[in-house]
Structures are given as C-alpha cells and as structure tokens.
Design a protein around this ligand. Structure first.
Ligand code: PGA
Length: 260
C-alpha cells in the first residue's frame, strides 16, 4: 500500500527567520503523526537550515529542496548539490518543476542528470511533469506525459525508478485557482502508471507514488484523495499559511485511514 505524501513547495517565499516562525506555528497545528501520511516542507535553500532547527530532531515533517545541480561540487556558481542538501537533512528534492522549465530553460536532459545524482546520494526525487492548456486542448496530454517520463527516466534501472515520486502538475492549474478535476487527475495518473509499468515493471508502477499538484486547497484535497490513484499532493500557494497547510494535512490523514 502506498502511503500518502503531502509536499509544501514554498517557492521563493519566506526568509530564514520567517520560515522558523512559520514552522514552529505549523508544528502546533498539525494532526498527530500518521502511519499513512507523510508530510514534507520544501523551503528555499536559504531557509533549509532554520527550518531543520525549528523542526527539531524527532519531527514527523521531512525536509525537501526545490531543485539541485547534478555535480557534487566544483565551479558551478550559484548552484547547490545533492551532498549539500543531504547534509542539511533533506530527504526529498523537487525536480523539473514547470516554473524551472518555463522560466529557467530547464530541459529533460538536465532533469535526468539531476534525478540520477539525487538517487546516488539517497535523496528522493519528486519529478514534476504536466501539460500546458494548449496541449490539453489539442488532445496531446497523454503524449506529453509519456514523453516527459521517457526523457527524464530513461536509462534508470527499475530499482532506481522505484525511488522516484512523480508529481502530475498540469501547467494550467498551477497558481491559477483552477484545479484539475478528480477525473482529469485520475486519468493522467493512470497514464503515468501505465507508462511506468511498460518502462520499468507493473510491480514498480504499483509501488510508485503519483502526486497531484495545481491549485490544491483545503477545500479540494479530500475529493482528490478519494481516488486511490492519487497518492498525495504537491502544494504551492496553500502551503504558505499555517492554517491551510495544517488543514490539508489533517484532511489527508482522515482520508486515508490505515489499510485503505
Ligand atoms: P499551486 O502550485 O498550489 O500554487 O497551484 C503548485 C505547484 O507549483 O507545485
């Protein structure tokens, strides 16, 4: 059984001091740790250390980063590596977010190298894929998802692939307040699982968590988690307030009691 994963992607928000205050408040408001729901916060690099300290040693909340470079160290001005993230206590790293693709020219070949580097250092990559509105409208969603998966995961062994979480994030739903419907998310997740089944194995596809991202809120999280195809959510805007992120975490814990 796949446990639910709820990830808050803070994007470029909160200074290190704001982040520490936020996390201390969040800890008070969270539901009791659940065996079926895993919580992750992904602050900017500059706030990772203060968030780690504010979370404390035995926190049920895991730390994630929003990106990384594929080399371990060297002359790469402005970049941050997997060993650096590991050393700060990161367990996850978001890779290939559509904002990185659209605003910073990130392409599948670099995403693939980042996934390999993350896995090599024991970080769990969360690979973001998703179609634009034009691609959805012209019926090419499945092709786009298939191509993005092939390009980003090609050459990985099945075992390595099992370490990757996929986030289906339709670009038209990100930050727009217009979430995909549960049916649209489920259809995309089925496509993703089918592609993983064909490229890795049905068993690996079955083990892989597929998150939905794009305008997830305390109001719509429950309906998204109704389907067992949706293994959690990648949340932007709604993770920036303690109340809404804590509510999403509470609803997610209630939506997936043990064994369901
Ligand atoms: P959103 O962002 O929740 O603000 O739509 C999601 C994301 O970019 O991961």
């Amino acid at each position: 059984m796949r446990s639910v994963l709820i990830v808050g992607n803070w994007k470029m928000n909160k200074t290190a001091s704001e982040a520490a205050i936020f996390v201390r408040e969040l800890k008070e408001r969270l539901p009791l740790p659940s065996a079926t729901v895993e919580l992750v916060v992904a602050p900017p690099f500059t706030a990772l250390e203060s968030v780690r300290i504010a979370l404390g040693a035995s926190s049920p909340i895991q730390l994630g980063a929003q990106d990384m470079f594929w080399e371990d160290h060297g002359a790469y001005t402005g970049e941050v590596s997997a060993p650096m993230l590991k050393d700060l206590g990161c367990r996850y790293v978001i890779l290939g977010h559509s904002e990185r693709r659209a605003l910073f020219g990130e392409q599948s070949d670099s995403i693939q190298k980042k996934i390999r580097a993350a896995l090599k250092h024991g970080l769990r990559p969360i690979l973001c894929i998703g179609e634009s509105l034009a691609q959805r409208d012209n019926g090419s969603t499945d092709d786009v998802l298939t191509q993005q998966l092939h390009e980003s995961l090609s050459g990985l062994t099945g075992e390595a692939m099992a370490g990757v979480t996929i986030a289906y994030e339709p670009i038209w739903a990100i930050g727009t307040g217009k979430s995909a419907t549960t049916e649209q998310a489920v259809a995309a997740h089925r496509t993703i699982r089918r592609v993983l089944g064909a490229t890795a194995s049905p068993a690996i596809a079955d083990r892989t968590r597929i998150l939905y991202g794009g305008s997830v809120t305390p109001q719509n999280i429950e309906s998204l988690l109704v389907s067992d195809q949706v293994d959690g959510a990648l949340i932007g805007g709604a993770c920036l307030q303690v109340e809404s992120f804590a509510t999403i975490a509470t609803v997610a814990s209630a939506a997936r009691p043990i064994g369901v």
